[in-house]
Design a binder for this molecule. Sequence first.
Ligand code: NAD
Length: 307
Amino acid sequence: MSAQVLSGVEIAAEIKAEVAVKVGRLTEACGAPGLTVILLGSDPASEVYVRNKVRSCVELGIRSTLLTPPGSTTEAELLGMIDGLNRDTAVDGILVQLPLPKHIDTRRVLEAVTPEKDVDGFHPVNVGRLQIGQPALAPCTPAGILEILKRRGIPIAGADCVMVGRSDIVGKPASTMLLNEGATVSVCHKGTRDLAGYTRRAEILVVAVGVPGLITAEMVRPGAVLIDVGINRLDTVEQVKRFFPGDVARVAAFEKRGYVLMGDFDSRAYQVSSAYTPVPGGVGALTIAMLMQNTVKAAAARRGMAL
Ligand code: NAD
């Protein structure tokens, strides 16, 4: 039997449709929810991400404000700006686009956003609430992973889950969320001895590392569910041929665009699985939908509304 493709694009559309209904209810009751995005300086990749976030807000009826202070803005000025947004009752969500310029202490900035408006879920209060299973604004990528599993009926409680990668934005919160759902979770990382010994046990294998093809077919338990978080750019035709042997369409895509994206799994590993998230079009496709969901959640909580 061939493996099921878990399409993040389809799930994002489902979530956005639900969010739009909730936005409608909020708007009717007490005005549209509002998200303010701060983009400091001019990083081309960040500009694209921010544009997509603002576009999704418009699509769903969320008021969005984009603030674009210059790259020379001081930390004190940025903190002052955040303080103003924390106090502004018309603002439900605040997102500071990362990375910030080197002269700014990112941690300090993220901690300045009031936890109630922290739609990225990076504030220590939200991290702590998530850890103890309290209602929290959860970070978007791990929240998206959980949505994929739940909406596609993949049992989490009691499952043997292996998380490869322990970053603060993906690995740690994703493993916490899986644990909160009753999975037995092992967390692996760069220092793990015998990585394959862990991954081969996993019924649900989540990988967020950033090394193309790190997880090969031999490292996957047959029938496992694979969640591929990694996004890697292949910039040479040799790399494309190595990871996708005999894949003429992939080579043609490379020749057209000059690069091809792939995840942390070797494509042959997907074939051993029962279901997997593709790259692109998997976990990454959900991030903005989850941000929209968090904005609505923050707005409803601040206004004391159950949606
Ligand atoms: P990170 O660099 O902060 O963390 C990488 C983790 O991988 C570390 O914990 C490290 O210990 C581990 N690691 C590195 N080499 C390893 C190895 N050989 N074996 C086992 N573990 C190893 O990365 P991150 O921010 O968590 O991102 C990871 C990947 O996920 C990147 O490719 C990134 O682009 C992607 N990402 C995707 C989304 C999305 O929406 N799909 C969101 C965030 C990150």
